[in-house]
Design a protein around this ligand. Structure first.
Ligand SMILES: Nc1ncnc2c1ncn2[C@@H]1O[C@H](COP(=O)(O)OP(=O)(O)OP(=O)(O)O)[C@@H](O)[C@H]1O
Length: 267
């Protein structure tokens, strides 16, 4: 069983991801595909006159400010455009893919944040009206049901809160949770960089391997959104996923290449 998360930043080769996933699937690899959609969400939000805003949290993590309107735009893009594009690409390659958001069948479930702390001009502020949260539980029953009957699940945020509200959640840490709960042998986090770079954006500074016990020390190399990937990777390996690879989704055969160790391997 492998869990592949394909990002939604610029430059991702979705056709190559689908082609590779289809080949592996037909060879008998059990696979769950999780995806993002951030760049397209930013574009559509601009076009709809509700430009994206990001919050900087104490500790250096950033997140999308998700008010109700942003949540609805997020759903249009993640659950609509990107999810259906991936399902279509897989269907064209003979794979019976099923698109699901975390809401459907409560596949990704967790608490909605009651308060979000963020920094504004160096001052600590709090918002209580955002639709964000973290994934604690995964409906592995539904995923296994689909896999056992030959359907490839294509999963996307949002997740669902315990009260039944849609909540924006980070795709990398959600994929890590899915990998842990499904006891996957590998989690691949593919995006528009070759892996974790020592000196971002210098692609020749790729860090090829991080021992699981030393992940925390490497957090300093990751800026902004890359931090979530390193964090997700650390959580996954700590909870029994064999290895995590931060790999490149711009290349041909991106899944096979990551499985072969191309990228940053955390194990
Ligand atoms: N040290 C680093 N090495 C590699 N990338 C880095 C580093 N620091 C920051 N980054 C940024 O992390 C980005 C990848 O994370 P991001 O979450 O944007 O992508 P994604 O997973 O493809 O998108 P989505 O959130 O839609 O799933 C890169 O495009 C790069 O700008």
């Amino acid at each position: 069983m492998i869990v592949v998360k394909v990002g939604g930043s610029e430059g991702i080769n979705y056709a190559a991801v689908a082609e590779d996933a289809a080949r592996l699937w037909k060879e008998g690899t059990r696979l769950v595909l999780v995806h993002g959609g951030s760049a397209e969400t930013n574009r559509i939000a601009e076009a709809l006159g509700h430009p994206p805003r990001f919050l900087e949290h104490p500790g250096g993590l950033t997140s999308r400010l998700t008010d109700r309107q942003t949540l609805e735009i997020f759903e249009m893009v993640y659950c609509g455009k990107v999810n259906k594009m991936l399902v279509e690409l897989l269907q064209q390659r003979g794979v019976n893919a099923v698109g699901l958001s975390g809401l459907d069948g409560r596949v990704l479930e967790g608490p909605r944040k009651k308060a979000v702390k963020y920094l504004e001009n160096g001052k600590l502020k709090v918002r209580r009206d955002t639709y964000t949260g973290t994934v604690e539980r995964v409906n592995t029953h539904l995923l296994t049901l689909l896999l056992d009957h030959g359907y490839l699940p294509v999963l996307t945020p949002p997740a669902i809160s315990y009260e039944g509200e849609a909540i924006n959640t980070d795709g990398d840490t959600a994929a890590a949770r899915v990998a842990v709960q499904l006891q996957a042998e590998a989690l691949l986090l593919l995006s528009n960089v070759p892996g974790l770079l020592r000196n971002y954006p210098d692609e020749s500074s790729l860090i090829p391997r991080i021992p699981a016990a030393e992940v925390a020390a490497y957090m300093t190399h990751a800026e902004g959104r890359m931090k979530k990937k390193v964090l997700g990777a650390a959580q996954a390996v700590q909870h029994g996923v064999g290895r995590v690879v931060l790999g490149d989704a711009r290349v041909e055969a991106p899944i096979t290449q990551a499985l072969a160790g191309r990228g940053t391997v955390i194990a």
